[in-house]
Design a protein around this ligand. Structure first.
Ligand code: ADP
Ligand code: ZN
Ligand code: ZN
Length: 832
């Protein structure tokens, strides 16, 4: 029997291996196996198909020797056949390989692979003079750290071209290479404490407690243990197994002397410790509790009825409801219905919106029947969720980010895509560059589930389908509980600056409103969609600006760390004291990031308790939760942040929202700029006054007369939709045409330029006017690679899969030319 495997690599085809005799029966389509690939590497593969025979000779007539599968990982398949169909579909549509989809779909712990390890070899007679610079670097790193992975040496030294040097050193015996299969998943254990069996006798235990009177710390600890272990009934019934398990951490948490007391009791053979396996999932979800389902009001009930009705005839329905209209509550009721009938639900949220708030809200209703799947969680937790979904007791509801789409779900009946317009549903890099909303619709169709898309500001793509009847459409136009939508005012900052009435980044109106809110004990949010202190530093004398040496961008000044950071590649630089061009010390920072707004807040609103929420302050899961909890529980008054503050958050006492600089969004050189600006501004505005009193939003812009600004003020989504659709249709943009972006990358600007021209020549006959470029993108170089971009406008009638064949053929044809071997060509289907 032969197994054709998907390996987690960018390989177009499957790879064939021989199944060891006797093991044929235990391998099925979807099973995990471990195989050797190439001379040294080991990978986990998924069985895509099985055949009794395989070709004995290759195309050139040489006999083929198949390697044997080395290990079969599980008794049952890890991936179902429908899931494999989804992988295949995604690979075809998004122009990547099933192996790349596998990589994104499965947590790392489920697909261990070997990693090259290097350590010192037997030859120690070499001298530094014998080694090239690169070889010396490698040897020094290994001497310093002992055995290490080549990938780590690369990271440590910043040198990615070490493989050849390593090979030479191995040949000379200076280094050796070890290949080790790394199993990244291992069950987590904790130390637990148990009473020794000897004392399971009532009289002995009483004697013991008596004798411990002289050692009060030990007596206290033992009493505490007996309490936690709920020992009384167990002792009474003389049933050892009734003792509750007690973790050492819990037992010793109270006072500092507990550890010592425990050691003493262990020496006296009173207590013993052992390793117990813990489920990592316990921390991620709340236990089963009472189901706290709220009653819906009449509008919500109406919405639910309409959704159900739409589902009679359509598989996808859009719930278009203004912020605070109670969409989440509607979802909860629909989820419960499906679960009560034994079905499973997938609730997708954009990365950034998956906060503790929403987790708690759903957890209160669904308790232990809900699992959370999040990229911020350790990989091991994701492995456990995957395994649980294959067990007899899977979660009925999974709340997760885009990759949750790939979890097994044998009884999936409903997928909710909340905030469906969010760009973070699209994976940018690496492949598969998929859109989770679109793939969710495909997945639902494959397994016969319904889809509910929710948003206050739907994407034009979705709204068009809803308007034209392909999707159902249900609207909620008012906020829950009679709360009113915020009042929005626009401040013309150009005019205010000209009149010198704006010495700070805040307009007079914004200052007055925030001060009043703070005085009344209410809160404010200031939205600045740029992190760091200032996006540009310039020399006043000569105009010099620090730029990244690897990318064509100016560096952002971060004051807290006092350095300059490239937001494209992450490289940090010291802030020079003098201008390197002219020596002047007059370096000036221009523009505002969140850090600088925070500093200005300190001056304009002294005494306000402020917090800043951006990528820099939320590196850890707990930091993120702390900022949100502090704000929602009123321990902070003023929240400054990037778009993170706008997503999926529900605060009660936000009176004012200030948009520091709407022009940043309005001036993006992108055909989606106005759609995005409308969405972002409406979402930010939606944080104001969600309960009780009406909130106020102040939008600061230099272009108050733009129609889209007026549309935001009036909350007129339909007007924005009409305007934008007219433009999109005229210029052949989505949703009328589909786009495929083609990115070319190379170290040499000249080579990439020629390659892009030549590719355009191959594509032009088929696309004509529908081919834009090649262009040098706004950031023309990233991480030392020069970029060129082509944009293809694909007419709606074009058959997608034939077109993709043609594109792949063109790029293959190009990279086959020796001059272009090292040019990387990436297709981004439906780019955002
Ligand atoms: P959306 O998701 O549309 O922005 P939410 O579902 O968050 O709106 O609802 C807005 C607010 O109204 C929340 O604070 C929520 O707790 C409250 N709310 C909505 N529906 C109900 C209900 N049926 N009973 C009680 N409170 C509700
Ligand atoms: Zn850079
Ligand atoms: Zn200068």
């Amino acid at each position: 029997m032969y197994a054709h495997l998907i390996l987690p690599l960018a390989l177009q085809q499957t790879y064939t291996y021989l199944l060891p005799r006797g093991l044929e029966a235990s391998v099925k389509v979807g099973s995990r196996v471990i195989v050797q690939f190439g001379a040294r590497r080991h990978y986990t593969g998924i069985v895509a198909s099985l055949t009794p025979t395989a070709p004995t000779h290759d195309a050139a007539g040489r006999p083929i020797r198949y390697k044997e599968v080395e290990e079969i990982c599980d008794a049952a398949p890890m991936v179902s056949e429908p899931q494999l169909r989804l992988w295949k579909w995604a690979a075809q549509y998004y122009m990547c390989t099933p192996g790349e989809v596998m990589k994104a779909a499965m947590p790392a712990g489920l697909k261990p692979e070997s990693e090259t390890l290097v350590s010192k070899g037997h030859d120690t007679t070499y001298t530094d003079a014998d080694l090239s610079r690169r070889e010396r670097l490698l040897v020094e790193t290994v001497e310093r750290y002992g055995t290490c992975r080549l990938t780590d040496v690369q990271k440590e030294t910043g040198d990615t071209h070490l493989l050849n040097a390593a090979r030479r050193l191995v040949e000379r015996g200076v280094l050796t290479v070890a290949e080790k299969l790394q199993r990244t998943y291992s069950p987590r254990t904790e130390t637990r404490v148990r009473l020794e069996e000897h004392y399971f006798d009532h009289d002995r235990l009483v004697d013991l407690l008596d004798s411990l009177k002289r050692a009060p710390a030990q007596e206290k600890l033992l009493a505490e243990y007996l309490d936690l272990a709920a020992a009384t009934p167990a002792l009474k019934l003389r049933n050892y197994s009734l003792l509750a398990e007690v973790s050492k951490a819990t037992l010793c948490r109270r006072d500092s002397g507990a550890e010592a007391a425990l050691s003493a009791l262990r020496r006296k053979k009173v207590l013993t410790t052992y390793a117990g396996e813990v489920s990592r999932l316990a921390s991620a979800t709340t236990p089963d509790g009472p189901c706290l389902l709220r009653d819906l009001d009449s509008r919500q009930r109406q919405a639910i009825d309409s959704v159900r009705e739409q589902w009679q005839t359509k598989d996808v329905c859009l719930l278009h409801g203004v912020t605070g209209s109670g969409k989440t509550e509607v979802y909860i009721h629909l989820i419960k219905e499906v679960m009560d009938r034994g079905g499973q639900v997938l609730y997708l949220l954009p990365e950034i919106a998956l906060t503790t708030q929403i987790t708690q809200r759903l957890g209160r209703v669904f308790g232990g029947r809900m699992g959370v799947y999040h990229s911020r969680f350790p990989d091991t937790e994701r492995v456990e969720v995957w395994r649980k979904q294959l067990s007899d007791e899977p979660y009925g509801l999974i709340l997760g980010v885009r990759s949750a789409l790939f979890l097994p779900a044998p009884r999936l009946r409903l997928i909710i895509v909340d905030e469906e317009h969010e760009a973070s549903y699209k994976q940018q890099d690496p492949a598969p560059r998929y859109h989770a909303r679109d793939l969710a619709i495909v997945w639902a169709q494959m397994v016969g589930a319904k889809v509910l898309l929710g948003s206050a500001t739907p994407s034009l793509e979705t709204f068009r389908h809803a308007r034209e009847g392909k999707y159902g459409l249900v609207s909620m136009t008012q906020r829950y509980g009679g709360a009113s939508l915020p009042h929005i005012v626009v401040e013309d900052v150009k005019e205010l600056r000209r009149k010198k009435r704006m010495p700070t980044p805040f307009s007079p109106r914004l200052i007055a409103e925030v001060k009043e809110a703070l005085a009344r004990g209410e809160q404010a949010i200031l939205f600045q969609n740029r992190r760091g202190y200032s996006p540009v530093v310039v020399c006043r004398q000569c105009g010099w600006t620090p730029r990244c040496t690897h990318c064509d961008v100016t560096l952002t000044y971060h004051r807290q760390q006092n350095n300059l950071v490239c937001h494209y590649c992450g490289t940090t630089y010291r802030l020079p004291e003098n201008c390197p061009a002219c020596g002047s010390t007059a370096l000036k920072d221009l523009g505002y990031g969140t850090e600088k707004i925070e500093a200005a807040v300190g001056e304009v609103f002294p005494g306000a308790r402020t917090a800043r929420m951006d990528l820099d302050t939320t590196r850890s899961r707990s930091a993120y939760d702390d900022i949100i909890n502090n704000f929602s529980e009123g321990r902070t008054d003023l929240l400054i942040g990037t778009q993170m503050v706008t997503k999926g958050l529900d605060f009660d006492r936000v009176r004012v929202v200030g948009v520091m600089n709407a022009d940043q969004m309005l001036n993006q050189p992108d055909f989606r700029a106005y759609e995005r600006a409308y969405q972002m501004l409406s979402q930010v505005a939606g944080r104001a006054g969600r309960k009780g009193e009406k909130g106020l939003v102040v939008i600061q812009t230099g272009q108050p007369d733009l129609p889209v600004v007026d549309q935001v003020v009036r909350g007129d989504y339909e007007a924005m939709y009409r305007d934008q659709m007219a433009e999109r249709e005229y210029f052949h943009y989505p949703p009328f045409y589909r786009l495929i972006a083609v990115w070319l990358r190379h170290r040499s600007s000249e080579v990439v330029d020629h390659a892009a021209q030549d590719l355009a020549t191959l594509l032009r006959p088929r696309f004509g006017e529908g081919l834009l470029g090649p262009d040098k993108p706004a950031v023309g170089r990233v991480q030392s690679l020069f970029l060129r971009k082509l944009l293809l406008k694909v007419p709606p009638h074009e058959a997608p899969f034939a077109l993709r064949q043609f594109l792949l053929q063109c790029s293959r044809q190009l990279t086959e030319r020796p001059a272009y071997h090292a040019v990387s060509i990436v297709y981004d289907v439906d780019p955002l």
